[in-house]
Design a protein around this ligand. Structure first.
Ligand SMILES: Cc1cc2nc3c(=O)[nH]c(=O)nc-3n(C[C@H](O)[C@H](O)[C@H](O)COP(=O)(O)O)c2cc1C
Length: 370
C-alpha cells in the first residue's frame, strides 16, 4: 500500500520557535490560530498533495469538529482527521456528527480517537475516570458509534453506556476511517477491537516496530488486522547542515527553566505515550539524535509528538522509506511554522518519495481510504 502523508493543523497557533519566549524578531513572532492563517495551512496541505490533516483535540487548541467544517469549504481534496475524546460526548451524537461531516465535506472526515492523558485537563472537562477506565469507556463508545452507523437500531448496555435503539437515521455513505492513538496496552486492546489504523507517536524505528508487533498480535487475537501510522515533526532542508542548524537554533532558544518544568509535568502524566517520549531522550540533552535523523528535541518542551525527522531531503526520504518498509502506512508530519515547513517537505521530500514509488499523491478522496 502506498504511504499516505498527512500534515498537522496548528489549531493552537504557530511560530518559528518551540517556546513563546524565543526572543525578538521573527523568531519570537506568534501566529494566532485564526481562520485566515489556518486556511492558508490547509490550502498548502491540499495543494501539495497531503492525503489528510490531523486536527488536534484538547483545551489548548480550537475545536477540531468546527474547524474541519469551516476548512472543508475552502479546500478541495485534503481530508480532516478530527481528534476527539470519547466520553466527552454521547456516542450516538458522535455517530451523527460524523455522518453530517461526511456529507458536508464530501467524505473527507477521518476520526482520531484519543482518550486523554492529563488528569488535570480531564477534570477541567468534568471527567474523573482514570486511564484504564477511559479506555474501557472508549471501547463501549466505539461499539455504539459503529453500531449507530450501521442503520440498524442498536441496544447496548455496558458499564459506561446504556442506549436503546441507537441509530443515525441518515448514516454516512462511507464510514470514516477510525484511527486510534495511544501507546499503552489498553490503547492497543481498544484499537484491536475497533480501529482501522493504530497510531503511535514517532520513536526510533526499532521501538515503533515493537509497538506495532504488540498491536498486531492483540488484533489477531480479536480476529482483526490493523493498519499502522505514526507522527513526527520534521525539519528538512537542501543540506543536512542547514537542517541541523535549524534544530540547534530551536534548542538554543529553549529556556532551561521551562524545560525543567515541562519535564516535571510530563512525569505526572497518565499517558504511556508521553512517558515513552520522555524516555527517548532520558534527559540527556547532548544525545538528542536517538537514531540517524531522529531528533528528540521537540519533546524537551512540547507535550505529545516529541521526535522530529531532521536532515537533508534525501536523508528524510530515506528514513520515511525505512518506516514505510516497517509497516507505516500513515505518516503524520508537522513543522515550525506549519506553512513554510509544509513547503520545505512538499517541494523537497515528496518528489523523492514519488521517485522511489512509496508515495502516490492521488486525490485524497481515494488515497485516504483504508
Ligand atoms: C498521533 C497521535 C495524536 C494524538 N493526538 C492527541 C490529541 O489531539 N489530543 C489528545 O488529548 N491526545 C492526543 N493523543 C494522545 C493519546 O491519544 C492518548 O490520549 C494518550 O497518550 C494516553 O494514552 P496512552 O497511555 O495509551 O499512550 C495523540 C496520540 C497520537 C499517537
Amino acid at each position: 500500500m502506498p504511504l499516505q502523508l498527512h500534515w498537522f493543523l496548528p489549531a493552537h497557533g504557530d511560530g518559528r520557535a518551540l517556546s513563546r519566549r524565543a526572543g525578538a524578531g521573527v523568531r519570537g513572532a506568534q501566529r494566532q490560530p485564526d481562520i485566515t492563517y489556518l486556511t492558508q495551512v490547509a490550502c498548502a496541505a491540499d495543494q501539495l498533495g497531503f492525503a489528510g490533516m490531523l486536527l488536534p483535540a484538547g483545551l489548548f487548541c480550537e475545536d477540531p469538529w468546527l474547524l474541519a467544517a469551516a476548512l472543508a469549504t475552502r479546500t478541495e481534496r485534503v481530508r480532516f482527521m478530527v481528534a476527539f475524546r470519547p466520553g466527552l460526548l454521547s456516542p450516538t451524537l458522535a455517530a451523527q456528527m460524523a455522518a453530517t461531516a461526511q456529507r458536508l465535506t464530501g467524505d473527507r472526515l477521518l476520526l482520531n480517537v484519543v482518550t486523554g492523558g492529563d488528569p488535570t485537563e480531564q477534570r477541567r472537562y468534568g471527567d474523573w475516570h482514570d486511564h484504564d477506565q477511559r479506555y474501557e469507556r472508549a471501547d463501549e463508545f466505539l461499539a455504539i458509534m459503529r453500531g449507530a452507523w450501521s442503520g440498524d437500531p442498536l441496544d447496548f448496555t455496558g458499564a459506561h453506556y446504556d442506549v436503546r435503539a441507537a441509530v443515525t437515521t441518515r448514516p454516512p455513505a462511507t464510514h470514516p476511517t477510525v484511527f486510534l492513538g495511544g501507546s499503552s496496552a489498553a490503547a492497543q486492546r481498544v484499537a484491536a477491537r475497533h480501529a482501522d489504523v493504530y497510531l503511535a507517536w514517532g520513536e526510533t524505528p526499532p521501538l515503533l516496530v515493537d509497538l506495532f508487533d504488540q498491536a498486531r498480535l492483540t488484533a489477531a487475537a480479536e480476529g482483526r488486522a490493523l493498519a499502522f501510522g505514526t507522527r513526527f515533526n520534521v525539519i528538512t532542508r537542501d543540506t543536512a547542515e542547514q537542517a541541523w542548524a535549524e534544530a540547534d537554533q530551536l534548542l538554543g532558544e529553549l529556556d532551561p527553566a521551562m524545560v525543567t518544568a515541562a519535564q516535571a509535568r510530563f512525569r505526572r502524566t497518565e499517558s504511556e505515550g508521553q512517558r515513552r517520549m520522555a524516555a527517548l531522550h532520558d534527559g540527556q540533552l547532548d544525545r538528542l539524535e536517538v537514531y540517524p535523523n531522529v531528533w528528540a528535541g521537540f519533546g524537551l518542551l512540547r507535550p505529545g509528538a516529541g521526535a522530529a525527522l531532521v536532515g537533508s531531503h534525501a536523508e528524510v526520504a530515506d528514513r520515511i522509506v525505512e518506516l514505510h518498509e516497517l509497516g507505516v502506512e500513515h505518516l503524520i508530519l508537522s513543522g515550525q511554522p506549519h506553512l513554510e515547513e509544509a513547503y520545505w517537505f512538499g517541494e523537497g521530500v515528496m518528489p523523492l518519495l514519488r521517485e522511489r514509488g512509496v508515495f502516490d499523491p492521488r486525490p485524497a478522496a481515494a488515497a485516504a481510504r483504508t
